[in-house]
Design a binder for this molecule. Structure first.
Ligand code: SAH
Ligand code: SF4
Ligand code: F3S
Length: 459
């Protein structure tokens, strides 16, 4: 009988990729994925530490899992992975002794060894949880070398591929350099091999991932060092790969080669997530972002020059310590000047151990939320106008998965918008022309065009 493995993933795309890799490691040990936690023999929580709310959610869910565990005769193995594991491993062990293992993002390849240790610990203390294991080192060797390769067909034609990990930027608000460690770029050859394997397994779109993905500087194929631009040019030659994306980038690391990639590569999607955080130079300096608002706008202008079809998305933090009404007005001005297709905005959340958490001029929560509402009103209006510009047009859509409502399939436009169409699920994995008839803030709705009736028929 296979053992049930329940995986719960919080946080960014890199955590989604990591959860997939951890599943690849655990399934050969006799596990199968289960969708409900009650029937699980092992619970794996992959956690996020980026804002206080994300961390709180981890502790509240752990409380729930503790209760479930208490009612079972054989306690499920409880594993906490990810960025909260890295940042607060000892606190987790102290608060929740039922946790068997805390494993940081650089230690996943050791899971089989760590699980064997859990079994030994448990054997030494009856069937209850034994002494918890804390594995949060930053080992010398790269975990990527030790991760297994999966051969199963992909569950979605759009796949993630981590090419770079960690961050050396140390923005003053951010926990990532502490939870993920120093920047590390995988060798280009390894990435191309993994990309080829993904395409062979059915991937049509690959999104290259990194906390600071355009800081990529990996060992090139044959010789030298490659930047992200070089890697994109190499991936563009991969037969069967229809779409390439990458995230998340830092404005300071957009170089000429990357701009050329946007100019020359048809399969590189014309949508770039480029976080700016603030439009105020005073705030950008206090955040240690190492760029000004004008520099950001210059980069956008250069990219638009090279590729007029490009649309942009960004991240914003409002209510950073010391942010005045003028600073906030500068952010609104930048948003109006750039015109974003999409954006994520957050109120500043102090993270333990980061410089900004110790600043004295913290803003009251009410002011932070008030500003967030104003900013989001502007950003949402831009996003809706962007979506509306597609109504009546025919666009290529990569069909990805069936929707909850019968007969509908969810796909993505080149600009990463969700597109809902009535389609035969057999078309999943293909890029199909769709005529957009309606839109909302979050999605487009359309009909497949230019294909015969058979293709439309729902299986
Ligand atoms: N590596 C990416 C993303 C980092 S985290 C980058 O450099 O842009 C994703 C987003 O979370 C950030 O861009 C930032 O907008 C937000 N964020 C990070 N730390 C935060 C904090 N302490 N409070 C609020 N938002 C934060
Ligand atoms: Fe965090 Fe800044 Fe690094 Fe992005 S660039 S991960 S915001 S420290
Ligand atoms: Fe969260 Fe860690 Fe990603 S803090 S956003 S899971 S890098």
């Amino acid at each position: 009988m296979p053992k049930g493995l329940y995986i719960k993933t919080f946080g960014c795309q890199m955590n989604i990729y990591d959860s997939q890799k951890m599943a690849d490691i655990l399934l050969p040990l006799g596990y199968e994925i289960v969708e409900d936690v009650i029937s699980a023999d092992a619970i794996l929580m992959n956690t996020c530490h980026i804002r206080e709310k994300a961390t709180e959610k981890v502790f509240s869910d752990l409380g729930r899992y503790r209760d479930i565990s208490a009612h079972k005769t054989t306690k499920p193995v409880m594993i906490v992975a990810g960025c909260v594991a890295q940042a607060e491993g000892e606190a987790i062990m102290a608060r929740e002794p039922f946790v068997d293992m805390v494993v940081g993002p650089q230690n996943y390849h050791d899971l089989p060894k760590l699980l064997a240790q859990v079994a030994r610990n448990r054997a030494g203390s009856g069937d209850g949880p034994g002494r918890g294991i804390l594995a949060i080192d930053f080992p010398e060797e790269s975990k990527f070398d030790a991760l297994p390769e999966s051969t199963a067909a992909v569950d979605n034609p759009s796949q993630f591929l981590t090419i770079q990990e960690g961050c050396d930027k140390f923005c003053h608000f951010c926990c990532v350099p502490y939870t993920r460690g120093a920047e590390y770029s995988r060798p280009a050859e390894d990435i191309l091999t993994e990309a080829r394997a993904l395409v062979d397994r059915g991937a049509r779109e690959i999104t290259l991932l990194g906390q600071n993905v355009n800081a990529y500087h990996g060992m090139g194929v044959k010789s030298g060092e490659w930047g992200l631009g070089d890697l994109l040019f190499a991936l563009a030659d991969l037969k069967g790969l229809s779409r390439i994306r990458y995230m998340t980038s830092h404005p300071r690391d957009v170089d000429d080669r990357l701009i050329e990639a946007h100019r020359d590569i048809d399969t590189l999607m014309p949508f770039l997530h480029l976080p700016v955080q603030s439009g105020s130079d005073r705030m950008l300096k206090a955040m240690n972002r190492r760029h000004t608002a004008a520099f950001y706008r210059e980069i956008i202008a250069k990219l638009r020059d090279a590729q007029p079809n490009l649309a942009f998305s960004s991240d914003f933090i409002v209510g950073y310590p010391g942010e005045t009404d003028e600073d906030f007005a500068d952010t609104l001005a930048l948003v109006k000047a750039v015109n974003f297709a999409q954006a994520f905005s957050f109120v500043y959340s102090p993270r333990p151990g980061t410089p900004a958490a110790a600043y004295e001029d913290q803003l009251p929560a009410s002011e932070k939320h008030h500003r967030l509402e104003i900013l989001q009103t502007v950003l949402h209006a831009q996003q809706l106008a962007f979506n509306q510009s597609f109504v009546g047009k025919e666009i290529p859509v990569l069909l990805e998965k069936t929707a909850r409502h019968g007969g509908q399939v969810i796909g993505r436009s080149a600009y990463w918008q969700n597109v809902l169409v009535e389609a035969n699920p057999r078309l999943i994995g293909q890029v199909i022309p769709v005529k957009i008839k309606e839109c909302t803030l979050k999605s487009l709705l359309g009909d497949i065009v230019g294909v015969d009736g058979d293709i439309m028929r729902v299986a």
